[in-house]
Design a protein around this ligand. Structure first.
Ligand code: SF4
Ligand code: SF4
Length: 86
């Protein structure tokens, strides 16, 4: 049996591949509830959440695929998934 050669991804290509266009839902922060615990940054599979100047977390929407993990895991309900409008 012959196996097909799988796809080869060059290192660093995910930076060029902006996955935000796949999104149906978009996470939005309600900062008044945020305790700055950092879980959203830690658990985001795209690493597109980063701490901003005031200590609150921000999303780089170019790479957010809208999976909703951040909203699901946030202990204070700070993040709401809303329908993406394009
Ligand atoms: S997980 Fe929720 S409470 Fe914690 S930093 Fe993120 S948005 Fe704020
Ligand atoms: S929706 Fe998913 S990809 Fe987007 S910021 Fe939250 S955890 Fe990351």
């Amino acid at each position: 049996m012959r196996l097909c050669i799988g796809g080869i991804v060059e290192p660093g290509t995910t930076l060029a591949n902006k996955t935000g266009g796949w999104r149906s839902f978009k996470p939005e922060y309600h900062y008044e509830r945020c305790t700055k615990c950092g879980l959203c940054e830690l658990l985001c599979p795209e690493s597109c959440v980063a701490r901003g100047d005031e200590g609150y977390y921000e999303i780089d929407y170019d790479y957010c695929k809208g999976c909703g993990i951040c909203a699901h895991e946030c202990p204070t309900g700070t993040i709401e998934m809303v329908l993406e409008v394009k």
